[in-house]
Design a protein around this ligand. Structure first.
Ligand code: HEC
Ligand code: HEC
Length: 464
């Protein structure tokens, strides 16, 4: 990489979607290639039925929907700052307001207030509710709590698999190894031959509704402006509540989901063992059928909880900043000058209110649309040499994701003391020094900074 610090100085402006984006054809070509790849998959790794379903849903009818707000665009005024705060208060989204085209009337009637939705996110589930047979936690809040419900936490889960002739195979029952079970005989244990292993710690969901409201085209535009040597990859994933329509992924350490309802269904099943219409099949225990340990009929949730989880997260404020002093401002200038901001993008504008996102299943509400957020991420995945070797799915079209990780959003960084996907970096300095690969040149420029510049940069990071 030959870019000078000046070259990166242009990065921190707010990106927004442009009409008639030139990126869509390129993406469509990528999608077709991916689908051909899916269609030609002969030898599949053993995995969960949920993954199989996910693959089936990602079918030939998929198209990447144009997420430009259409005629609404003309009405868009200057974007305003998204509300921020760690205060358990709503960002103003009316949970009864936005149209849910994918839901039947009963579900729409069941839409609840912010506090009711938060309560459901906090609720501790029991075996009678469908918890297990294998699971990682009893409530969403158990892992998403710091410093308020919805934040990140130190709770880590593990994923394992193995490489055979260069191809990744998930552990029996899927790469996610559940750490708990409802009966001692069905705890998932790791096979010693599964030596591709990682921890993944729990991420922040505060402000996630704004992230969901970013148009595909905005993320693709960020990608296309990154210098070739640092260019991120947009992970294209199915939106489950829209029958597998493709969207640019943005949630999770690998940007493996694009919608909060889809992520909620995935989490309800894979973290808590609770099935829903979007994820109706129970997990196995290391490949062993354990349905006899499960007394509740599937789907254990009728889909209403998924909407409550999604709407809770959509209604949260974005993380707020600490005090912004002169030193902090100087530190941000250093952050931009060395090129951190090329990936850790400081400002993004969400799609206009009314824009149909999530394959048409959700329309951006007024409280979330045309807002400036400061996530310090591009929501793309990069190979910075820290990859965990585990792709989004063990299929050819996702093979590249094995060693790519989403640019960790740095908002709420000051609430976390275990860093990087595995939580194994104890300090910011250690996290920065783990940046290699696509970030190697930036890390070298960081190393070349004077002591006082480094201190300024650290003060800036401490303000996030
Ligand atoms: C046992 C801990 C645990 C529980 C319980 C849990 N999560 Fe998570 N959550 C995680 C971890 C770990 C990640 C990151 C996983 C990854 O990307 O591989 C995550 C990521 C997420 C994300 C992505 C946020 C982002 O942008 O990175 C969302 C959304 C989410 N969880 C929602 C939920 C919901 C809703 C529930 C309850 C149904 C839930 N989680 C229960 C541990 C948990
Ligand atoms: C090429 C893109 C890229 C560049 C440039 C980059 N980063 Fe990162 N950064 C990432 C990715 C990807 C991760 C997540 C890696 C992982 O979890 O394994 C990350 C993670 C981090 C983390 C850990 C955050 C957390 O919540 O765990 C910090 C802190 C960080 N970066 C700071 C910086 C700083 C400071 C710079 C500039 C010196 C920088 N990064 C440059 C892509 C980048």
């Amino acid at each position: 990489m030959t870019g000078s610090p000046q070259k990166h100085a242009a990065a921190p402006r707010a990106y927004r979607f442009r009409r008639h984006s030139v990126f869509v054809p390129a993406l469509a070509a990528t999608l077709v290639a991916a689908m051909v790849a899916i269609a030609s998959t002969q030898h599949r790794a053993p995995d969960t039925r949920g993954d199989e379903r996910r693959r089936q849903r990602f079918n030939h009818d998929n198209v990447l929907h144009d997420e430009d707000g259409g005629e609404n665009r003309r009405d868009v005024r200057d974007p305003t700052e998204a509300p921020t705060g760690f205060d358990n208060a709503t960002n103003g989204m009316d949970p009864q307001g936005p149209p849910y085209d994918s839901l039947d009337e009963d579900t729409v009637v069941a839409l609840r207030s912010f506090n009711d939705n938060r309560f459901i996110f906090e609720e501790v589930e029991t075996i009678d509710d469908g918890l297990g047979p294998t699971y990682n936690g009893q409530s969403c809040r158990e892992c998403h709590q710091n410093v308020v419900t919805g934040g990140a936490s130190q709770v880590a889960e593990h994923r394992t698999g193995r490489l055979l002739q260069g191809q990744f195979f998930q552990s029996l029952g899927g790469s996610l190894v559940h750490s708990r079970a409802t009966h001692p005989d069905i705890t998932e244990l790791v096979n010693f031959e599964d030596d591709v292993r990682t921890f993944r710690i729990s991420t922040n969901t505060l402000g996630a509704g704004f992230v969901e409201a970013i148009a595909n085209g905005t993320l693709l535009a960020i990608r296309d402006q990154q210098p070739a040597a640092m260019r991120g990859t947009a992970v294209i994933v199915p939106v489950f509540e829209a029958n597998g329509v493709a969207r640019v992924g943005r949630f999770g350490w690998k940007s493996q989901h694009a919608s909060l309802e889809s992520f909620s269904g995935d989490a309800y099943l894979n973290e808590m063992g609770i099935t829903s219409p979007l994820f109706p099949d129970e997990n196995t225990s290391t490949g062993r059928d354990v349905t006899s340990y499960d007394t509740v009929d599937d789907p254990e949730d009728d889909g209403v909880d998924l909407v409550a989880f999604a709407n809770f997260m959509r209604s949260t404020k974005a993380p707020s900043r600490g005090p912004i002093t002169d030193e902090v401002r100087a530190g941000e200038a250093v952050f931009t000058a060395v090129g951190c901001a090329t990936c850790h993008v400081p400002a993004i504008v969400t799609a206009p209110p009314g824009t149909r996102v999530n394959g048409g299943a959700f329309r951006v509400p007024a409280a979330l649309g045309n807002k400036v957020i400061h996530p310090y991420s591009d929501f793309l995945v990069h190979d910075i040499g820290s990859g965990d070797g585990i792709p989004v799915l063990p299929t050819p079209e996702y093979a590249e994701t094995a060693n790519q990780m989403r640019t960790a959003p740095l908002w709420a960084l000051r609430t976390r003391n275990r860093l990087m996907h595995d939580g194994l970096s104890f300090t910011k300095e250690e996290a920065i020094l783990r940046h290699g690969g696509q970030a190697a040149a930036v890390r070298d420029r960081f190393n070349a900074l004077s002591e006082s510049q480094k201190i300024q940069l650290m003060r800036f990071l401490d303000s996030l």
